[in-house]
Write a protein that binds this ligand. Sequence first.
Ligand SMILES: Cc1ncc(COP(=O)(O)O)c(C=O)c1O
Length: 435
Amino acid sequence: MNVDRSSQLYERAKSLVAGGISSQIRVNEPAPVPLFFDRAEGSRMWDADGNEYIDYIQGMGPNLFGHAPEFINRQVEEDMRKGYVYAAQFERELEVAELALGMIPMPDARVRFASSGTEIDQLVIRLMRGYTGRPKYLKFEGHYHGWMDSVNYSIHPPLDAAGDAASPNVVSESQGMDPGTADGVVVCEWNDVEALERAFEQHPNEIAGVIMEPILANTNCIMPKPGYMEAVKKICAENGALLCFDEVITGFRVAAGGAQEYLGVIPDLATYAKSMAGGFPVAMLAGRSEIMEILGNGTVYHGGSFNSNVMTMAAAYASLKHIADAGPAFYTELNGRGLHLMDGLRQAAVESESNLHVQGVGSVFSISFTTKPEIVNWRDHARNCDDALYARFARAMMERGVRLSSNGRIHMSSAHTDEDVQQTVEAARQALPTL
Ligand SMILES: Cc1ncc(COP(=O)(O)O)c(C=O)c1O
């Protein structure tokens, strides 16, 4: 694979941009160097050396309709002729809220907009504390809620630092974080009802709320065990704590109503970003109106110059309208094509006697290498998945024109075709025996 031009640009980038990249995960692109891209359209991308890829990173999830769909381009162009940032209300914002609330099953909800998943997760944690008057929130190992100090704990902690599973350590993921923030976090193992009950017993009346990825997209795309979500909801209610689903990945991706609809469990609060605006930087918090009241009256403060700007609201409107107009067929096709790809990869693995493993739902799923039939939480992944082998697979796929993410997560878009799926499975058939 020729990456001469990307290599030259990367050398130039290193003297201009810290590490040559603007987000840490990009350094791990499964290519000889972090690639530079010239163009992207639909399911495809072209790098600076002219190599073409079927792209399954899709912006790490936002590009639900593939790259640069015309219906979003048109709406954004039209709306932006009327200005960019008003720092005021406008009707489009209400149309987006109406469309979103029409899809999310949560009854009697209100929303607030922001620009990124990280930001909106900060807001929800502040709101949970503000509403309950309690000092801590609970997160689970393997779950990602952005890179801020308050949440950058125990995402993928090394097992030798993670401590006893019965009472996990709060493991920082970066140097330089405010050490005080660790006191506000309780870490728990996911997919284990007793672990959550124990955490509440260990911290009586201290936990304001529980935040989780309802489908654990940031670790192996793990599904909750049957009954787990219902149990979590009950335990939270019994202990006076709020429940928040971080739907930054699952929202508007796994179903119009996100994981809430897919799993049939409705939390008190939910955060959205990525897929909501088809690739534009928007985020949204939705919550029961009585909780959102203290946000509405300023008791819990939230600001942001770029919240609900013309560009992102135009993109969110076009995206949600597209989904609403398409009806349930949109998700049947999106998830269906993903399931088809999962099956094809499983078949390719059987043919080459590989332990390639896929799990998740069609529109978002994960590839890993393990002999276990199912991975159930972060520690299970850390113990049983061969990440180095996955990295070699991703490189071999890239050499065959398929761009996979460094963390194994596959994002399907409505622009992916049956032909893309066939080509990807064929690439896997060729790649697996070379590993
Ligand atoms: C579940 C989840 N929450 C929050 C975030 C943070 O979102 P952003 O990258 O927009 O800040 C991410 C990003 O990948 C995510 O996957």
